[in-house]
Design a protein around this ligand. Sequence first.
Ligand SMILES: [Zn+2]
Length: 237
Amino acid sequence: MFEKLEKRIIFSGTIEAVTPLHIGSGKPEVEIGGVEMPVLTDPNGQPYIPGSSLKGRVRAEAERIARKEGLPVCTPPEVKNMCGSLKGRVEDFCICCKIFGTAGNISLASKVKFRDAYPTEKLETLLERTGIAIDREKGTVSKGALYTIQAVPAGTKFSLEVVAENLADDELKLLLAAFKSVEDSALGGSSTRGFGKVKFNIESVKERTAMYYLGKEEEKVFTGDGLKQWLKEKGGF
Ligand SMILES: [Zn+2]
């Protein structure tokens, strides 16, 4: 399938931790007397949110919303349960595979790319909370174990950039709905303790076409009231 670049939409802004945010390294360190759950950090020791984590959460919310709308949606993460394995033609893929991609016999790239999100200002200190594991902490801490969880403090802002290509109107609408839904749900670990409430502050939207890259057309930039209008028109809120 030969794909053309029709339109690229670039969302820029910040993701703000409204409550402490724990994006784990996935490698809890077992110490004497308990388990340490560090946040994921870059080589400079700064915490960050991998684009894959953001995409995973946004996709999960998009799936829930689409199902509620009565649309057929496959059931990731196992590839055998996704449209790439289940369907013979891309046209028959569910809306979430069309937006976020699928692997399988037919693989389809995601139309939406989430950049890794880094703090907008250097973060000097992290929070640490100690507790007894009573819930499923990603299945890595056994019940009753003492654990210390690290988190970035509330108020920390991370740079946000999401790039979407060639989205149909209903796909864009679902993506915007999923952003909203993640805000009312949570990102990262320990959400049962109130961690992980985030706010997506979209500050600008740029629309660029193939003609823009050829220098034959201006990009469209939406900020402030223009952006509010754009979001209302595309997302309905
Ligand atoms: Zn699917």
